[in-house]
Write a protein that binds this ligand. Structure first.
Ligand SMILES: NC(=O)c1ccc[n+]([C@@H]2O[C@H](COP(=O)([O-])OP(=O)(O)OC[C@H]3O[C@@H](n4cnc5c(N)ncnc54)[C@H](O)[C@@H]3O)[C@@H](O)[C@H]2O)c1
Length: 322
């Protein structure tokens, strides 16, 4: 086993960001994707997020010495405390980071090759229990005996899949937040069968890729972040679907009243409307005509069918092409 090899299953919004952070910190990083068309979809994301990461790090140089910089610098990319950061240190990070991003990323369609010898395999497939089970079933006999397997699932519990992985003791959740190079939280959640040593190793791995590990003591649907964020975003979508107010008004209300930098629909555009839709459709009421969840599902589907899936597509609730 190579303790510097990481494999990411899935090259979507989060899978790409996770892989890039691993590569940035020097891990030999392989994306496993299922088809040539997945490669065509993932490559532009790798380019886009690499560019954003490097731009944010470059911009941080102008903030050096400014205490307010501590609130906006890309925390996941800068090791150490903000007060100790110098322009020279950021230049060195930029140079090493660019080199790593250019040299350490691989894309592989052959699952066996992709996972062979990996220290850790990070599953970041669609938020669909069937897709995840399918992938665990396919990968379980291909993994090295000691490889750790984690899921980045936002809403599904690791105990749902522990048996399907064939290695319940080496499996737990490692949950990242979107734009992970800035919002560098990593929630680590075991299921009752996770080995304590594996849990601790996942905590250390998260720290080694610039994350702040947040430990959960028990399984909690939605972890800490989404236990708060999902109801918040659902409430905003309910206001929209019921025609109470316009998207812009809802966002403005939240921002002005709380001082938050983004409103719920700006957050939804970053998360991606497919993920929002998948989460909504898991609610039983989403399939009951006349309920607000059903209306939300219909409206989100209309936008998804038009290709308006969020920032990545150039348009979601807002237009990013202008
Ligand atoms: N988007 C977010 O803000 C966010 C934040 C934290 C965690 N997550 C979690 O990360 C995971 C991925 O989310 P995302 O936003 O990157 O999704 P996404 O839709 O952008 O990407 C999903 C990826 O899975 C692949 N895929 C789907 N079904 C597959 C199958 N059967 N076989 C092979 N590949 C398949 C797709 O091709 C794509 O590469 C989910 O579990 C989600 O809950 C998402």
């Amino acid at each position: 086993m190579n303790d510097k090899k990481v494999t990411v299953l899935g090259g979507g919004v989060l899978g790409t960001q996770i892989g890039l952070m691993c590569a940035y910190y020097g891990y030999d990083t392989t994306f496993w994707l299922r088809s040539e068309s997945s490669i065509e979809r993932t490559k532009p994301k790798i380019e886009r997020y690499s560019k954003l990461m490097m731009e944010d790090l470059t911009k941080a140089k102008a903030l050096v010495g400014n205490p307010m910089g501590a609130y906006v610098y890309p925390r996941g990319m800068v090791a150490g405390e903000w007060k100790d950061i110098t322009v020279e240190k950021i230049d060195a990070m930029l140079e090493q980071g660019k080199k790593n991003l250019a040299e350490k990323i691989h894309i592989e369609l052959d699952m066996a090759k992709a996972v062979k010898g990996a220290y850790i395999v990070i599953e970041s497939m669609s938020e669909d229990p069937n897709a995840k089970t399918e992938v665990y079933t396919a990968v379980k006999d291909l993994l090295d005996p000691d490889t750790i397997l984690v899921t980045n699932s936002s809403t599904l519990l690791p105990s749902m899949f522990a048996e399907a992985t064939g290695r319940p003791e080496k499996y737990c959740s490692l949950h990242f937040a979107n734009t992970i190079w800035k919002n560098n939280t990593a929630e680590i959640m075991s299921h009752p069968g996770t080995d304590k040593a594996v849990y601790d190793a996942v905590v250390d791995f998260a720290a080694s890729i610039g994350m702040i590990p947040l430990k959960l003591f028990k399984e909690q649907p939605g972890y800490i972040l989404n236990s708060m964020l999902v109801p918040f975003l659902s409430a905003a979508q309910g206001l929209w679907a019921n025609g109470v107010a316009e998207v812009e008004t809802i966002d403005k209300t939240w921002q002005l009243a709380t001082g938050a930098p983004a409103g719920p629909f700006q957050i939804l555009d970053i998360v991606g409307l497919e993920t929002a839709y998948n989460i909504n459709q898991m609610k039983p009421n989403a399939h009951v005509e006349g309920t607000v969840e059903n209306k939300i599902g219909t409206l989100l589907k209309e936008k998804i069918d038009k290709g308006e899936t969020g920032v990545n597509a150039g348009k979601g609730f807002y237009d990013y092409t202008k």
